[in-house]
Design a protein around this ligand. Structure first.
Ligand code: OSB
Ligand code: MG
Length: 362
């Protein structure tokens, strides 16, 4: 489908989290999110830029994404050119725009986005990502609360000083839960022996233990661990996925829509992994309802066989920008919407109320 885009609107919104989220690279209290609205024939498609507020997860942040969209990707689209083919990196900025096009296309066709991208599942499995807490008892209490909501697997963030002892205590309290850890690049290969201690706790996987751009050291680490290594930050393209799989650097891949530049990149990585028998799951970046709805659509592809970090709106937001908010069933799943596009309505009054910056490109 050849889309002629009339307008691109950038909306930056400020959304305070219901509680701070802490990883090995920092603490987030409020999100500054760019929503991309692509308009054609009076119909709007929506995408979300998943960059953080600082260039700490990867090199992008809200401000860099705004500039890329305003000065490069947006003008290219309006001139009828491919938005991002000449841009190196900045996948999250480009991914927000790309996702808006997919949503727009699906809405113009009157089809659910998940069907439009080739998804098949009508119910997706959900896990939660739990940030670094102030104490182990507080962490265990948080985990128990999430389990009571039905979530199927628990991911806890680790970093040096909040790792082996914490996991040991969690395992002692909750021996039977599906548990995994995410280090967000907090270790080096010199920590291999320390990380090997995690093998005692039958974790589902350890996510991105080493450098954000590394594949080779992860392969060396995987050779020393029985716990499967899952890559997040290191996999930005299908080529990276092929290399990681060929080297034995990952037994599992976390696919994030923004990190890989949108649905086309996500599907390409999914296909590479599926052909190699590598399970994938959908990661999250503390998205508003727009990005959350896109993550639900992505999770309906057949290779997404593990519970993702796609959870209920209420875990992060007192009020979401979509209506209804994303809800999770007591069995820890999300029922996929049958409505056209990403399947939820935007709460435009609320969106206006939390907008801090807006720009229309035409
Ligand atoms: O590494 O998966 C990550 C949040 C911000 C940055 C990186 C990560 C995360 C999460 C949150 O784990 C997952 C979610 O959105 O629920
Ligand atoms: Mg991660």
């Amino acid at each position: 489908m050849a889309l002629r885009i009339d307008q691109i609107r950038l909306h930056q919104i400020a959304m305070p989290l219901v509680r701070p989220f802490e990883t090995s690279f920092g603490r987030t209290v409020e999100r500054q999110i760019i929503l991309v609205e692509a308009v054609a024939g009076g119909v709007s498609g929506w995408g979300e830029v998943t960059a953080g507020e600082h260039p700490f997860y990867n090199e992008e942040w809200t401000e860099s994404a705004w500039l890329i969209l305003k000065h490069y990707a947006g003008p290219a689209v309006l001139a009828g050119a491919a938005p991002c083919s000449h841009i190196r990196g900045h996948q999250m900025a480009c991914g927000g725009l790309e996702a808006a096009f997919w949503d727009l296309e699906a809405r113009l066709l009157g089809r659910p986005l998940w069907q439009h991208i080739g998804g098949t599942r009508t119910e997706i499995s959900c896990g939660v990502s739990i940030g670094i807490q102030e104490s182990v008892p507080a962490l265990i209490e948080t985990i128990e609360r999430e389990l009571a909501c039905g979530y199927q697997r628990i991911k806890i963030k680790i970093k040096p000083g909040w790792d082996i002892d914490v996991v040991r205590e969690v395992r002692r309290a909750l021996p039977n839960i599906r548990l995994m850890v995410d280090a967000n690049s907090a270790y080096t290969l010199a920590d291999a022996e320390r990380l090997r201690a995690l093998d005692d706790f039958y974790l589902m996987m350890i996510e991105q233990p080493l450098a954000h751009d590394d594949i080779v050291d992860h392969a060396a680490l995987q050779a020393k661990l029985s716990t499967p290594v899952c890559l997040d930050e290191s996999i930005r393209t299908a080529h990276h996925a092929e290399q990681a799989i060929r080297l034995g650097a990952a037994q599992i891949i976390n696919i994030k829509l923004g990190r890989v530049g949108g649905f086309a990149g996500a599907r390409a990585i999914h296909d590479v992994a599926q052909a190699a028998g590598i399970p994938v799951w959908c990661g999250g970046m503390l998205e508003s309802g727009v990005g959350r709805a896109h993550n639900i659509a992505l999770s309906t592809l057949a290779g997404f066989v593990l519970p993702g970090d796609v959870s209920a709106s209420r875990r992060y937001w007192a009020r979401d920008v979509i209506a209804p908010p994303v809800e999770v069933t007591p069995r820890g799943t999300i029922m996929v919407s049958g409505e056209p596009g990403f399947g939820y309505a935007l709460d435009l009054d609320f969106l206006r109320a939390i907008t801090v910056r807006e720009e229309t490109l035409r």
